[in-house]
Design a protein around this ligand. Structure first.
Ligand SMILES: Nc1ncnc2c1ncn2[C@@H]1O[C@H](COP(=O)(O)OP(=O)(O)OP(=O)(O)O)[C@@H](O)[C@H]1O
Ligand SMILES: [Mg+2]
Length: 392
């Protein structure tokens, strides 16, 4: 065997991550490992926000973390860029252990390679849209001319060409959010961490932003961790989806895995409202043992079954499904289509009332201090934190 064989490394790996807030967090991790319930810890005033989270994100993937309020999504995300130090476990980025880096090295990785986009992106009101988009580059010390050029490109990517000289208050909420996205894109960071970035937007604008992100992704191939509490959004965007409940990842799979094989009743209860016809694909429901007559409509295997209604309504002929090589791989008939949509997962009880972060403080408050890092006045990370507190 050749010694030069490349060792395959995922872009981002979380290994047995824990984050416990409160007294004696390490002891709490041991108790969790030996089977103590999260609620028991809660009774002692200790919050296990993330429990034993492990997953891998491949380059170019959109990895979605989904869960109810308080399930630990933001805490998990903040450990991925080192804003929060894990109580236990490791984060590997391009094979490099972020948890072992010296603060200065960590800040360097964070400012060059990782960008965060928050739910409410606070723009600087007295700076133009262009200057706002260039902010991350300014912090990196990129010369003015270059950063303006790169920011203008990023604004164009985010659909804001022509708005460069406007002021933030001349933009709608959705457009302001795009400036936030442009700021993240301008830095060339190829890991984007997006925390409920579209959640504050109206449904139509939100959908538009999702489309824009998917479109950008086909060109830019960033690695994205996207947090949402909306399963339809998760299913539209996610190459993989991790479902969190009470600090734990209870399922990690593709949209189709989650829809067709929910890991437990909790996940099943989430998917009740999902539009199955947009998640299931022709390839997943086809009959591989049959062929359609000549002249039948042909679709690629990845086509959402929603798009099969029209051809199957028009004709009693089945639709031919082709594989990646364009060769016929099977057919979908009317019966198959209806059966696939009718198949409901077992009816399950509603999830327990979501745990909210109503501890008398904003859920985001106090997290900066938790990171246990020295003040870093003008780094993008701090700027991001400032944006977080600005929304509080
Ligand atoms: N700095 C902190 N100190 C104490 N507890 C915290 C802190 N940050 C988060 N928590 C707690 O950890 C748990 C997970 O919080 P987190 O913000 O990660 O949830 P979330 O899934 O992002 O929720 P949301 O959807 O509301 O944003 C909650 O119980 C929260 O109260
Ligand atoms: Mg959150």
């Amino acid at each position: 065997m050749s010694s030069t064989r490349e060792v395959y490394v995922s872009r981002l790996q979380a290994e047995h991550l824990y984050k416990v807030f409160g007294r004696r967090p390490e002891a709490a991790v041991q108790r969790l490992e030996s089977g103590t319930d999260r609620d028991e810890l809660r009774a002692d005033g200790t919050t296990a926000a993330v429990i034993d989270a492990s997953f891998e994100v491949e380059a170019g993937q959109i990895f979605v973390v989904m869960g109810l309020s308080g399930s630990g999504k933001s805490t998990l995300l903040r450990m991925l860029n080192g804003l929060l130090e894990p109580t236990a476990g490791r984060v590997l980025f391009d094979g490099q252990d972020l948890t072992a880096l010296a603060p200065r090295d960590l800040r360097a990785v964070r400012s060059r390679k990782i960008s965060m986009v928050f739910q409410h992106f606070a723009l600087f009101p007295h700076r133009s849209v262009l200057e706002n988009a260039a902010y991350g580059l300014e912090v990196q010390g990129v010369p003015r001319a270059e950063r303006q050029e790169r920011a203008a490109e990023a604004l164009e990517l985010a659909g804001l060409k022509g708005w460069e000289t406007s002021w933030p208050d001349q933009l709608s909420g959705g457009m302001q959010q795009r400036v936030g996205l442009a700021r993240a894109l301008a830095t060339d960071a190829d890991l984007l961490l997006m925390d409920e970035s579209f959640s504050a937007l109206d449904p139509l604008i939100r959908r538009d932003m999702q489309d824009q992100l998917l479109d950008l992704q086909t060109r830019l191939k960033k690695t994205i961790v996207f947090i949402t509490h909306d399963l339809n959004e998760a299913m539209r965007l996610g190459d993989r989806i991790a479902v969190m409940r009470d600090g734990r990842i209870v399922q990690n799979g593709t949209a189709e895995d989650i829809l067709v094989r929910p890991a437990n009743d909790y996940v099943a209860s989430f998917i009740q409202d999902v539009d199955r016809s947009r998640v299931l694909t022709a390839g997943s429901i086809m009959n591989t043992g049959a062929v359609a007559p000549d002249g039948a409509v042909t679709v690629p295997a990845g086509t959402p079954v929603a798009e099969l209604f029209a051809p199957l309504a028009r004709s009693t002929d089945p639709v031919t499904v082709t594989d990646e090589q364009g060769e016929p791989a099977g057919v979908v008939t009317r019966d198959l289509l209806l059966a696939a949509l009718g198949e409901e997962p077992e009816v399950v009880p509603a999830p327990r009332a979501p745990e909210t972060a109503e501890t008398g403080k904003s859920p985001e408050a106090g997290k900066t201090a938790e990171a246990g890092e020295p003040a870093e006045a003008a780094t993008p990370a701090r700027a991001d934190e400032a944006e977080v507190s600005a929304r509080a």
